[in-house]
Design a protein around this ligand. Structure first.
Ligand SMILES: *Cc1c(COP(=O)(O)O)cnc(C)c1O
Length: 388
């Protein structure tokens, strides 16, 4: 092998710029000399060095989400759970207490119940739609509150106004997981969050092909600590996933508008259907938190609709089989509509009674509405329900 074959050539340059962002998979970057590298580390020169510490595809994606969340310096992470973990680890230490909503994403619940206690961080949960319960759950050592604005899969709407006031008064860091609501539905920082986190995997990237998270703290010192931790703990995103997500984000507004329009129509059609015993959509007058949803989310009610049918497992199997073109998959936010069944997936670890307490029977389904043509999708769901 000749030495020349191992010596990489300079990447071709061009006076004209590419319109689409290039993917930059290089793990490491070469500088001209030690002075230049010094200047890069000291901040005098902007330059990448090692991709765990940052790379252009992460920077480009973070800048886009920063603009949507009206913050600066947000950090892209390898998954939504990396972002949730960093948010808590960034502001808490052994001896602190974290208060969480009682209907958080399953893995966030596991982080609270299993992992944080092993590091000496106390945790407890309370119902975020009940401010009295939340206030009562505060402890003298409460350091952070973690809430989701709209819960999964029963789509309850947290009392964000009261929780933000409570956190501010108690000097507690308020972490908002804005995955379900997206920056279109809820302006987290403007509404009192100190830290906003996302599973970018879901609606923001929108195509079920990139796994990423995002975390941004309003306070620059806290944000810098979280950024350092991401590098040290290795919660770094892949350039290719960042590239896919940046591309996906180009159509986020269009996708969100279309999905929301269809979700509203689907919620109405499901509530009118005789096989459906109950629907949950914040924009529907029957929703238990409808008034709060209207106040918090305005005309925006999101793309998630849950509903319930009777007939036990046999009816649930029949319904899923009658909708073969709607992937039966435990995710959300894809450009196409997906259907999930918490009793056999996200909430299978709970007993029947525990699920019932959360308002989930065997016939409970959650729809993540995508961008299909509205009337057609509604007709497909109604036809499937007609077969029951
Ligand atoms: C999916 C999800 C997460 C975790 O995100 P991953 O990208 O799957 O790690 C966290 N919070 C909410 C609300 C989610 O829906």
């Amino acid at each position: 092998m000749s030495n020349d074959s191992l010596r990489r050539q300079r990447f071709p340059t061009s006076v004209s710029r590419p319109v689409a962002s290039p993917i930059q998979p290089s793990v490491v970057y070469a500088s001209d000399d030690p002075d230049m590298l010094d200047a890069q580390y000291e901040g005098g020169l902007q330059g990448y060095t090692y991709s765990r510490e940052g790379h252009p595809n992460a920077t480009a994606l973070a800048a886009r989400i920063d603009a949507m969340e009206a913050v600066t310096g947000g950090i892209i992470t390898s998954s939504g759970m990396a972002a949730v973990s960093l948010a808590i680890l960034g502001c808490c230490q052994a001896g602190d207490h974290v208060l969480g909503g009682n209907q958080l994403y399953g893995r966030s619940l596991r982080l609270m119940s299993q992992d944080l206690p092993r590091y000496g961080i106390e945790t407890s949960l309370a119902d975020p739609t009940d401010i009295a319960a939340f206030r009562a759950a505060l402890r003298p050592n409460t350091r952070a509150i973690l809430v989701e604005v709209v819960s999964n899969p029963v789509i309850r709407v947290a009392d964000m106004e009261a929780i933000a006031a409570l956190a501010a008064k108690a000097g507690v860091t308020l972490i908002v997981d804005n995955t379900f609501t997206t920056p279109r539905g809820f302006a987290a920082i403007e509404n009192g969050a100190d830290i906003v986190v996302h599973s970018v995997t879901k609606l923001l990237a929108g195509h079920s092909d990139a796994m990423l998270g995002y975390v941004a703290a309003k306070d620059p010192d806290l944000n810098a600590r979280i950024a350092e931790m991401a590098v040290t703990w290795g919660f770094t995103p892949s350039p290719f996933d960042c590239w896919l997500a940046e591309r996906g984000l180009m159509s986020f507004d269009l996708r969100y508008s279309q999905a929301e329009t269809t979700a509203r129509a689907l919620a109405q059609a499901l509530s009118d259907h005789p096989a459906v015993t109950r629907i949950l959509y914040p924009g529907h007058a029957s929703h238990p938190d409808h008034n709060r949803a209207t106040h918090l989310l305005g005309a925006r009610s999101g793309n998630m609709v849950s509903f319930e049918i009777t007939g036990g497992r046999a009816a649930s199997n029949a319904l899923v089989r009658a909708l073969p073109f709607v992937p039966f998959a435990p995710t959300l936010g894809d450009i196409g509509t997906t259907l999930s069944h918490p009793a056999s997936s996200s909430h299978r670890a709970l007993t029947v009674d525990q699920r019932a307490a959360l308002g989930m029977s065997e016939g409970f389904f959650r729809v993540s509405v995508g961008c299909e043509e509205t009337a057609e999708l509604v007709a497909e769901f109604c036809a499937a329900l007609d077969t029951l």
